[in-house]
Design a protein around this ligand. Sequence first.
Ligand code: NA7
Length: 553
Amino acid sequence: MPNAATSAHPTETPALDAIIIGAGLSGMYQLHCLRDRLGLRAQVLEAADGVGGTWYWNRYPGARCDSESHSYCFQFSDELLKEWEWSERYPQQPEILRYMNFVADKLDLKRDIRFKTRVTGAEYDAARNVWHVSTDDGGRFTATYLITAVGCLSTANVPQIPGLESFAGKAYHTGLWPHEGVDFRGKRVAQIGTGSTGIQAAPVIAETAGHLTVFQRTANYSVPAHNAPLSPERKKELMDRIEETRRVMRSTPNGHPFQIVDRSVFDVSDEERRRIYEKQWEVGGLQFRAAFRDILLDKKANDTAAEFLKDKIRSIVKDPKTAAILADIDHPYAAKRPPIDSHYFETFNRDNVSLVDVRSDPIEAVTPTGIRLKSGAEHAVDIIVFATGFDAMTGSLIKLNIKGRDGLPLAKAWEAGPRNYLGIQVSGFPNMFTLTGPGSPSVLCNMPVPIEQHVEWVTDCIAHMRKNGIARIEAKPEAMDRWVAHVNDAAKATLLPEAHHSWYLGANVPGKPRVFMPYAGGMARFRDICNDVAAKGYEGFELTGAERQAAAE
Ligand code: NA7
């Protein structure tokens, strides 16, 4: 059968079974599952001119994954795993993009992805029980299922600083980086933001910039990544242990290939704890937080890790004033997404790097020649790099301009923060699935793990519907209420909500409701809950058969 939407950008297309928005990891795998496993007519719509999702856009200097390469890939296919070889412990953005193209080509996905096509609206048509989707090039698509695969971190957050439009130099957001790169040689560069991105970018920018000034609002912890090329022996070892790695990734709360050690910070002496932290520091990466089970559960336990890490900053950074500003961290370790780095703190020992504390002296304006602070201090710069993060988790969904039953906009349904069931479905939006949506573990995990779980659950759900003549699935409002309460309780059982300015809470975007968005109850537990819901005949969802639907219309 000819594919519904490969003909050159028609204004009307024949009905599809599914429209998938986004060609990152989740959209690609969802296409493969629906098309190649269930035999459905599925179409991916993608704004970029290539696959990759967040890895297509985030091409900033130093962009690298914080998950170890052997775990940051699809696990569903042995063939894909065996044919691909990672070169480093943590993969760099170009290598990840190559991997994603390898998968897309291997599974022959690109013929069903319409690139350079941005979705501008989606509306549920109750009479026909279909979704109508419109795109920026005048395209109109109709499908039974609407699946959003837009990622959690894809809507750039550029702060509305007065005077920005008057800046005579160049300004870039890290998440919308020019493909041709940016030449920093001899330039005075301002970097605003010290989250995971800023911490990766600063050391690389500093290598070529004339001068780099880092504007820090919230000081941050970071643990060295100890990135290195993978030796042939290590590659072999990783391949030999593939089954074990998979088992660990499926059983841990955050989908990483390491276990959290089952001991309390207070089970060991101060001296022993220090030795353990030193060892974890040498191991490097996100594994640092796995040293004890209570680091993210008990403030006193967390303080021991926090103090260790602040001491490290003070011992690395030579200028005591700069060290004090960097170590003046106001939240528990890992309550915000914990960055990992390659020589971040060491970068402040370079002659061409300086730090400005914009917590005590906030940015007031961008001028034609640079950045002015509240105190009146001016920093003349040629380039501004906004490493200021994203309108995370909900931003990209709301931007799609989705309207459910009776024209209800998703933006309205989520006015007070995201409300859904299992992170996947919103009452009033039948047959719409939001992959790794708010309320699912997503960003608290090594992303390919929650992506595979959500995609497979949706695939099984759609297969069940088709087998049993179910025309419509929709989360029940009361199931949604219970889930939102459970997501809140899971967050409250941890220290995560204590980072008041975190993007997990939506606090980085002015006016965004403060709701803890990801599910903190752990990936393994979430998987069990989702499986249980399915086993109980999709408990908490309203399933409507084709006949009942016809009778009601
Ligand atoms: P983050 O983690 O949201 O970090 C953004 C940084 O930018 C953070 O330091 C912010 O300070 C700072 N920021 C944001 N707006 C401003 C303004 N107006 N003035 C000064 N500083 C500002 O984004 P990342 O891109 O680093 O990381 C996102 C995720 O991508 C990461 O966690 C990984 O999962 C991958 P704040 O902390 O808000 O005071």
